[in-house]
Design a protein around this ligand. Sequence first.
Ligand code: SF4
Length: 467
Amino acid sequence: MRSLVLIGHGSHLNGESAGAVYRYAELLRERGLYDEVVEGYWKEEPSLRQVLRTVRSTDVTVIPMFISEGYFTETVIPRELGLGHQGPVPPEGVGRVLGGKTVRYTLPYGVHPAMSDVILARAREALPDLNPEDTALIVLGHGTTRNQNSNRVVYENAGRLRESGHFAEVHALFLDEDPRVGTWPEAVKASRVVVVPFFASEGWHTLETIPEDMGLTGQVTEFADTPNAPQTVYYAAPVGTHPDVAEVVLQLAQEARGASGAGGDEDRTHAQAWEAFLALARRGTRIGEALITPQAGMFELRHALDEGRHAADLQTLVTVEGLRDHTRRDEGGHHRPVHTLRNLPRGWRAILTEAELPRAVHNLYPAVVEESYAHHTHNLRATPWPTTARRQTGIYTKVIRATPEQVEEVARDVCSRCLKTRLWAGERLGSTVFSGVPGAIPCAEACTLLVAEVREEVSGKRGQTGH
Ligand code: SF4
């Protein structure tokens, strides 16, 4: 049995941020090469602190879904996963045994050599009849003097594609360092120029900054006044959203596993938690704000406050993904980075099989079954606030300066809207969903939303930024 974990950044504010990782997870699930594919996020749930608890197998490969190495892949993710590693990740990855699971942490997908094929695929989409006689390629990176690694990857890809013979010229240009993208008219001699942004996703840079710096007016722009005019520039979509990235992820995962054979076993604690939960669900149960009712061999999920409403009055969802996407926003359309905040939207019902139920409940309330079961069986260890604060790096190091009163004030605001009980602040929780109390959910450790809010408080900015 083997589990694949994809790690994304996520966002407290922007619901689209996690979208690319969700899509890759779906593509990889369809391939069926892993028994499960699980997503984890820095700023959403399941959080990096929880995600390993949510995997079924004792053989886990973790891929950071980032386009380049840097602060998140070298500092934040290994720290939050508890890998005991900081700094550059070696090519063979970092392997650890954590809580009885063999965990392999790899380099980010963006540095894998197979990304050159993805760049080529993007170039072909923009200009199907690439011709080595008259076509130049620009691999366009962000570039920054703070992260030499991101530049190195762009140069390496440009080098490989130069050797491939598909192009008359190949250039590596950057937004934020020399050689800059605006210098392309002097650099490129060919009459046709394909530009492929080496970016993780579509955004401000790909939609505005790059076209502006290059003088582009659309996907195809004719230039009559460049030194080598006439020239036509074909602007491709960013590499990070190409479906072939899923293949790169698989290659990376395979290489990380090496010759390590048939995989692991089913994690016993995980299996026990879900067996206990399914036993409750078969009789009909509530978890958080959701009501689960067995119906003719299937399960119906709905908001508990919609109990008794006629099915025709509710929107019916029939897939796990449909339920996930529908409940990622509250009724006002706002993103829900913390799923246990009491803002699960109403007005829907999902009809799912027993095989689908665990993933549906996992999406509704990530890690809640595992952590509640651990608490129920006296195996959940709380992390007190000072430990969480000391662990922070980068812009969050300042939370160590928060007084207990400041933390409490923020928690009174943020956590009072949450179903969870703060074990990390010394609160007691005598029951759980497993003893029949649907809203009794343990919070073992302050979430990143709370940490971010404490930072705002310490900075004196709380309430000024729309948080
Ligand atoms: Fe909920 Fe507060 Fe725990 Fe965050 S820290 S999960 S808001 S109880």
